[in-house]
Design a protein around this ligand. Sequence first.
Ligand SMILES: [Zn+2]
Length: 298
Amino acid sequence: MKVVGLRIDVDTLKGTSIGVPNLLEILAKHNIKASFYFSVGPDNMGRHFWRLLRPHFLKKMLMSKAYSLYGWSILTAGTAWPGKLIGKHARLAIQMTKDEQHEIGMHAWDHHAWQRNIAHWPDEIILRQIELAMDELIGIVGNCVTSSAVAGWRATQRVIDIKSNFNFTYNSDCRGDTPFFPLLSDGTLGTIQVPVSLPTYDEIIGHTVSEEHYNAYILDKIHLHSGVPVYTIHAEVEGISKLALFENFLTMATKEQISFCPLIDLIPSSVEHLPICSIAKGFITGREGWVAQQKHMV
Ligand SMILES: [Zn+2]
């Protein structure tokens, strides 16, 4: 039996209020517990999508049929007026996730602003964004939030340093292949990282693999995985327009002896054997701009 960490990123109000309950139902049916990462501040994600409308990304949007993938309400959220506060408007869906005993993690206060500005934000703003999100999320689900995952895998060394001052058991801020201790600027070790190791739907659909072969492609990647596999889905995508595709993925996985768990279960009981790695900017085919990547010491 191969075990895969299942991470569900929730970026928007629609993803929280519609995608999350849909996913909770499917996960309960398949008896799966996962990690949900919630964005709880303003939903300005429409700005994110429209910013991508440069020729290359316009082509990508049209190829991946972004409007049918996300729906117009996500593509326009926060473009004409400040986005609605997700934590205030979709409290119940977040509480339901906790009641169903999934792991609850913090994703972002303002997802769009973090993705766009993190490289040049001063420390105080980074701190404030984390504090705002944590206060809101703890106000909704109580004191059970022990991990976080930055928006868009956008973590610089400064972010890793700052996040190590919070009391997280682990973070999932980068792409990589296996859990590790990140090196901090002062040479000490930071909070354990559980990186995402498999591609997301929007990164590969349309050019690397067709819809028809998507699930088999990801399952093959899991079988061939030499590290600790972690798969990310989005409440906006697999929870709404690709719900049937995702449910089929779970059925296929069971037949192929693959099971899923929250990310916390991937941390070994004796952490002293985890590798020490650094984090560097990297690029992933099919994803706009840089992401944080695990770099093994040579
Ligand atoms: Zn996200």
